[in-house]
Design a protein around this ligand. Structure first.
Ligand code: NDP
Length: 359
């Protein structure tokens, strides 16, 4: 059983060497009887998510999820197939998504957060850890529940080509908003604007998408800008009603100065801070007072009661071609550490996934 082992707690940005590949021997059987209810899965797709960085730090006391255990496989969301089972609810051949190990085969004992997947020829399996999984749900809950959007409002999304950001932008467009996204490379900016579905779903879909204006209205590469406040002013001469913040730091500071009265800031994540001991200071918080802005942090897990509604909405819009989703697929478990580390330098274009085995 090939595994990605977490070596030990770290400071600063994650490196590939914080993890190592090991091969261990396992029985390809679920333990029967005494360990009743366990089942063995073959992992097909693994998700790389920025929150996993928090689990690599022993002292991350404010984290909402416990740290990884040194010497054990990295843990994260995945799509897996049951191969042997002592659990009547999970039979060999069943497909599931939920927490699993970064390894070829995992023994699953906890099923509370596991979802059974009904295979659908029109929906790629890997979408269950992206568009239809935790990141997609984060976009849905964060945008609809935290941002209180109204049609016609001006929406700004950072890390806009990523797993969460790309869906926030599309949800905002479906809601009738004007949407601008920021990203860290011109390749990502072109994708935000022109829609990479051209490559994914064929020319017809691309043309339809452009006609229906499903791309972001505007996008900019923050690495090309010397002054983020001015860049946002250029994109939003009339100001920002909603900022969906995925990055924190300087971008948040610049957005604060560009908010309109009664604007809303949904604090989804601060990926720019994950890697540093000394978070960059925010200087413009007083704007919250002068412009009566609401700034609210949220965790997608607080809204899980909305999951069925989210699935209905996103699947229906996806099948009508009104929502698209872009993945960055790395092949092979041994490449998982590099894929994960790449999140923190913006290497991923779209949702970062690792394919471990064929379906
Ligand atoms: P992404 O797919 O967006 O990948 C991370 C991206 O962050 C990179 O591609 C890069 O994009 C950007 N980035 C990396 N380092 C920096 C930096 N130093 N400064 C600015 N941008 C940086 O990740 P997700 O969509 O999965 O996650 C987006 C955010 O949402 C994260 O902050 C994550 O922690 C948060 N999150 C919060 C949840 C919640 O419940 N609140 C649940 C899930 C995610 P670029 O090249 O464009 O800069």
């Amino acid at each position: 059983n090939k595994q990605v082992i977490f070596r030990g707690y770290i400071e600063g940005a994650p490196k590939e060497t914080d993890m190592e590949i090991k091969i261990s021997r396992i029985q390809l059987k679920a333990p029967k009887g005494s360990d009743s209810g366990a089942f063995l899965v073959k992992n097909l797709y693994l998700s790389c998510d920025p929150y996993m960085r928090g689990r690599m730090r022993s002292s991350f006391t404010s984290s909402y999820i416990p740290p990884f255990v040194p010497g054990q496989p990295v843990e994260g969301f995945g799509v897996s197939k049951v191969v042997d089972s002592d659990n009547p609810n999970f039979k060999p051949g069943d497909l599931v998504s939920g927490f699993t190990g970064w390894e070829e085969y995992s023994l699953i004992r906890k099923t509370e957060q596991l979802r059974k997947i009904q295979p659908d020829d029109h929906i790629p399996l890997s979408y269950h850890i992206g568009l239809l999984g935790m990141p997609g749900f984060t976009a849905y809950a964060g945008f609809h529940e935290v941002c209180s959007p109204k049609s016609g409002e001006y929406v700004f999304v950072s890390a806009a080509s990523g797993a969460v950001g790309q869906l926030v932008g599309q949800l905002a467009k479906l809601h009738g908003c004007y949407v601008v996204g920021s990203a860290g490379s011109s390749q990502k900016v072109i994708f935000l604007w022109m829609n990479i579905t051209f490559i994914l779903d064929g020319i017809q879909q691309f043309v339809d998408l452009l006609k229906n204006k499903l791309g972001f209205d505007e996008a900019f590469n923050y690495n090309d800008e010397t002054d983020l406040v001015a860049a946002l002013k250029r994109c939003f001469p009339q100001g920002i009603d909603i900022y969906f913040d995925n990055v924190g730091g300087e971008m948040l500071d610049a957005a604060l100065l560009n908010m309109r009265d009664h604007g809303r800031i949904a604090v989804c994540g601060m990926v720019s801070l994950h890697s540093y001991h000394d978070p960059q200071g925010i200087h413009n918080l007083f704007t919250l007072v002068t412009k009566r802005i609401t700034m609210k942090g949220f965790l997608q897990s607080d809204y899980l009661h909305l999951y069925p509604r989210f699935l209905d909405y996103v699947i229906s819009n996806y099948k009508q071609g009104k929502i698209v989703y872009v993945e960055d697929m790395n092949e092979g478990l041994e490449n998982a550490p590099a894929a994960f580390v790449g999140l923190f330098s913006g290497k991923n274009v779209g949702k970062q996934v690792v394919r471990v085995a064929c379906e």
